[in-house]
Ligand binder design. Structure first.
Ligand code: DON
Length: 597
């Protein structure tokens, strides 16, 4: 591969020669002239002698940290934080949505003993411990069909795909959190859920972020009488928001586990709302829903094992990007330089081409995971990459985007070095804006992540293919990519992930490159300006901070570059080799710091 690439690179003069494949984990910057010690960097991660939680909203982080202090492990901490986010961050934290969790715990796994593995072998042994992924992505209801969102004119009815009850897929969050906790947690569920129940019942002071976000979503929330009563007019910052119906639903789940959601009064209310409002979800759909333990995808990047979420999650595309970019000397070219950004953007387009055309729910459609991650395929993609020129999307062929502003990601480290990375969402902020009467929670509009019509763009501008068509029981393709990185000897190192719709994968990529290649500390790696490209639309979106001369150089290579709103919120943690941990909440959406155990 190098033999092919090298002459091209030398010819180009804009890119440094591919560098060493292996780098020591603690290297701070690869180019000698550019070495900064951790303490000299502009951003400082939080430090804890034991564990910590990095989440979007500090009351939820504190809920998780309290559970760590009570002897919970990273999974207990993540589950406690996720349930608390369903209360304090209703735009993304949820009971009515879904998500993915990646976890690593030291020592032998408790899951077999607890009857969680029955025949399946989802666990991956690494670093003297166990890694596993939890897939709690929503599923299409049994009555859903491929043409569900097409109007009489054969075009996609965007309102139906995003704002109606038809846009709601069968929720997975409660099943996923309960499964993770039952199979890998250390504390009883009622104890882990107690902080969330308190926050819902007693209320909490509304943050500026929540107040603004409710005001922005008011038109959608206004349309549903239950959401309107609960959330509008938007409470002013500092006002207490109490959610007694949500507290009752949480208590039911704490007492009965997932049956408290998928059966009984909550299920009855959800199914009745569907029947009244033209939705498809039935009792059978709810009873049939299963969260799954699945084997994380694994690929080495410069000697570091990287584990991420398999399809329908975004980890395959992330690992492809790392694989394409591995030989490039991005550190030598420099952070934020056109010479680094060009190959990154081109690699993104190549990887999104595969994603758009080939990825879907592997439980229902054949997804060539091994081939797409093979050295041969990644070398072939790299050979398509012209180091001097942008390849326009039509030439590359395939199939773009408005920032959806909410999904949320949390990362947890416990005192034993256990890690959890959990991304969860309702898709849009507040999902489709519709609440289940009497139950205190909002419904997702995740059905829009399916291909409504091949080649036509969804809310994130993604033009996807038939592999991601709507079908009963199928999970829509997602970009969510909770990710764990290990040290070359297998010990756990970093947990990260992000919201951002189709920008999730490229956000996680840049956090990893900033930390592992450019030598930024965790806080700097999370804060640094990001770019994004996804083939269609054919342009690079760049956050503020891209220098004008980098922009001019990129334009000279044929890129169109647009200054874009902030992308993602990559709340991350890192386990220190000497013990203790670091946390970095993304400053783009920080409402407060990471919280130490
Ligand atoms: O699963 C996905 O890819 C999308 N439903 C995620 C939506 C999202 O991240 C919106 N927030 N920023």
């Amino acid at each position: 591969m190098k033999a092919v690439l090298l002459p091209l690179l030398l010819l180009a003069g804009t890119l440094a020669v591919p560098g060493a494949q292996a780098q020591a984990p603690a290297v701070l910057a690869a180019s000698e002239s550019n070495v900064l010690l951790e303490g000299e960097q502009r951003f400082r991660p939080q430090w804890s002698a034991r564990g910590l939680v990095a989440a979007q909203e500090p009351l939820a982080s504190a809920a998780g940290a309290a559970i760590l202090r009570q002897g919970g492990n990273a999974v207990d901490g993540a589950v406690a934080t996720a349930f608390a986010l369903a209360v304090t961050l209703p735009q993304a934290g949820n009971l009515g949505g879904g998500g993915f969790l990646l976890l690593w715990l030291p020592g032998p796994s408790p899951a077999r003993q607890r009857g969680c593995l029955a025949g399946a072998a989802p666990e991956l042994a690494i670093g003297g411990g166990t890694a596993v992924a939890v897939n709690f992505r929503e599923t299409a209801p049994a009555a859903a069909t491929a043409t569900l969102f097409l109007g009489p004119d054969g075009q996609v009815d965007r309102a139906r795909a995003t704002r109606s009850l038809l846009s709601t897929a069968v929720p997975g969050s409660v099943a996923g959190l309960a499964l993770a906790q039952r199979c890998y947690g250390r504390l009883p569920l009622p104890q882990v859920m107690a902080p969330a129940i308190r926050l819902a019942a007693d209320g909490f002071p509304v943050s500026k972020e929540l107040s603004d976000s409710l005001a922005a979503a008011a038109p959608r929330l206004q349309a549903d009488p239950v959401s309107r009563r609960q959330f509008l007019p938007p409470p002013l910052p500092g006002t207490r928001l109490r959610q007694s119906e949500l507290a009752a639903t949480l208590r039911r789940i704490a007492a009965e586990g997932e049956n408290g959601f998928y059966r009984g009064p909550v299920a009855n209310a959800l199914v009745a709302a569907m029947a009244r409002g033209g939705g498809l979800i039935s009792h059978n759909d709810l009873r049939a829903y299963r969260a799954r333990l699945v084997r994380p995808l694994r690929r080495e990047f410069r000697g570091h094992p990287v584990l991420s979420m398999p399809p329908p999650g975004g980890g395959l595309t992330l690992l492809q990007l790392l694989g394409i970019l591995e030989p490039f000397d991005l550190a030598g070219s420099g952070l934020n330089a056109a010479a680094s950004l060009h190959p990154m953007a081109e690699a993104m387009n190549l990887a999104y081409r595969d994603r758009n055309a080939l990825l879907g729910d592997p439980d229902q459609v054949p997804v060539p995971v091994e081939r797409l991650l093979s050295a041969a395929h990644l070398d072939a993609l790299r050979r398509r990459l012209d180091p001097r020129r942008h390849i326009p999307a039509p030439a590359l062929e395939a199939a773009a985007a408005r920032e959806g502003t909410n999904t949320t990601h949390l990362s947890v480290a416990d005192r034993q070095g256990g890690l959890a990375a959990l991304t969860t969402t309702l898709n849009f902020p507040y999902g489709n804006g519709i609440s289940v009467p009497g139950m205190g929670f909002l419904l997702n509009n995740e059905m829009d992540d399916f291909t409504a019509l091949p080649g036509s763009a969804n809310a994130f501008g993604l033009r996807q293919g038939a592999a991601n068509a709507i079908a009963p029981g199928r999970r829509p393709l997602s970009s969510m990519a909770p990710t764990l990185v290990f040290r070359p000897d297998g010990r756990p190192w970093i947990a990260t992930g992000s919201p951002g719709g189709s920008r999730i994968i490229t956000t996680v990529l840049q956090v990893l490159l900033n930390r592992m290649v450019h030598g930024l500390n965790l806080a700097g790696a999370v804060a640094a300006p990001r770019i994004h490209s996804q083939l269609w639309p054919d342009r690079i979106d760049a956050e503020e901070g891209l220098s004008p001369d980098s922009r001019r150089l990129l334009e000279a290579m044929g890129h169109s570059v647009r200054q874009a709103p902030a992308m993602g919120a990559a709340n991350s943690v890192e386990v220190l080799a000497a013990g203790g941990s670091l946390g970095a909440v993304d400053p783009r959406r920080a409402e407060g710091p990471a919280v130490a155990e």
